[in-house]
Ligand binder design. Structure first.
Ligand code: NAD
Ligand code: DAU
Length: 343
């Protein structure tokens, strides 16, 4: 039996990864450590109730004694936990530094002390900062993060690689592109646009909507993470790039078309501060290990939109309560300036 400790397993990618691993590694047991911030939702894994191979522990990764305790007997770590939303980091980055930098350090200390065999640190293409298609970032490119979120992820990643360089602790790193799919908190563009379109509400498109993102499907991200965890070379980073790049306006149009909603819902609003125009990565290192995305742009977007259309039970409770306050702060004035009421 192999014991895998996953952090952030109640979030978007982490919960998909937990399910992915249990489906593919019958001899694995998983400990899911999650603080249950606003973004952590036990409903993401409610289908695992009663599965003896799965254990949930509510804890903060910054609690080093607790992590050291939990890490006893653990073979592998997959570290997804983070504060993940760029817009929230622009409003205040204290939690981002606490979790993404110190929390990562705390986990590394606990894992090293317990002789963990492999530590996957889940990083992001945002560490490279904005680049265009003519100059895709290779894994050796310089880090030029621009947002407080990206800066905190860069700090955490540098800490992880320092454990390899200083102690030969077997850290491997993925740098994932913008990911979409089931169970993504509806503050992120694709689930926000989709659920708003379902409700007949405006889709707030930042600036001219011509910023470009990859649309990596979440199970493709999970497959990449699992491959790197098991077969990556210690000390190395791997870009996870699907090549499903499209601009935000095109994504919004595809969403309303899939749902049969009106294009009039697409509402240009005041831009995000310091909005990165695009990220592009060279994905050849991971492809050299055999990874291929199973979803292209069309199927990634369509499968995602259909899931939200068919799973209102999941997102309707989230969009009430606390979420409303966030929404009003983030979009109230923007939508009013665009002549639309926020809900
Ligand atoms: P998410 O916000 O959906 O989930 C984060 C999870 O971490 C939540 O369950 C939350 O409760 C938990 N968490 C936060 N702080 C914690 C703490 N201090 N202790 C324990 N648990 C804590 O995030 P996501 O989109 O699933 O992203 C997962 C990882 O992948 C992050 O590291 C993110 O930087 C990285 N990433 C995300 C994307 C993307 O497009 N979503 C792309 C590339 C990389
Ligand atoms: O690229 C990887 C990153 O992708 C991850 O590291 C982050 O954790 C993840 O959140 C994501 O960051 P983005 O900033 O790209 O994701 P978001 O969904 O917030 O925004 C996607 C694009 O859509 C971006 O260009 C901003 C734009 N946008 C976003 C929101 C929330 C809008 O136009 N309107 C919106 O309301």
């Amino acid at each position: 039996m192999t014991t895998l400790l996953v952090t952030g397993g109640c979030g978007f990618i982490g919960s998909n990864y937990v399910r992915w691993v249990l489906d593919r590694h019958p001899d694995y047991r998983i400990i899911n450590v999650d603080k249950l911030t606003y973004a952590g939702n036990p409903a993401n894994l409610k289908d695992l109730d009663g599965d003896e191979r799965y254990r949930f522990v509510q804890a903060d990764i910054g609690d080093t004694p607790r992590m050291t305790d939990l890490m006893r007997g653990v073979d592998l770590v997959a570290h997804f936990a983070a504060e993940s939303h760029v817009d929230r980091s622009l409003a205040g980055a204290g939690e981002f530094i606490a979790t993404n930098v110190f929390g990562t350090y705390s986990l590394l200390v606990a894992a090293r002390e317990n002789g963990v065999n492999r530590f996957l640190h889940v990083s992001t293409d945002e560490v490279y900062g904005p680049v265009g298609p003519e100059n895709p970032s290779t894994e050796d490119a310089a880090f030029r993060p621009t947002s407080p979120y990206a800066a905190s992820k860069t700090g955490g990643e540098l800490m992880a690689s320092s454990f390899f360089h200083s102690y030969r602790f077997p850290v491997v790193i993925t740098r994932g592109a913008n990911t979409i799919g089931p169970y993504q908190y509806p503050e992120k563009a694709i689930p926000l646009f989709t659920t708003n379109a379902i409700e007949g509400k405006p889709l707030p498109l930042y600036g001219d909507g011509r910023q470009v993102r990859d649309r990596l499907y979440v199970t493709d991200h999970c497959a990449a993470a699992d491959l790197v965890l098991h077969e990556g070379e210690p000390g190395r980073a791997y870009n996870v790039w699907a090549g499903n790049d499209c601009d935000n306006r095109a994504a919004a149009e595809a969403i309303v078309d899939t749902l049969g909603a009106s294009h009039d819902l697409i509402t240009p609003v005041e831009d995000r501060a310091g909005h990165d125009q695009s990220y592009y990565m060279d994905g050849s290192r991971l492809r050299g290990m055999g990874w291929r995305p199973q979803y292209d742009l069309e199927s990634s977007l369509r499968t995602t939109v259909e899931w939200y259309r068919d799973n209102r039970w999941w997102w309707e409770p989230i969009k009430s309560g606390e979420y409303q306050d966030y929404y009003e702060k983030q979009y109230g004035k923007r939508l009013a300036a665009a002549g639309k009421q926020s809900p």
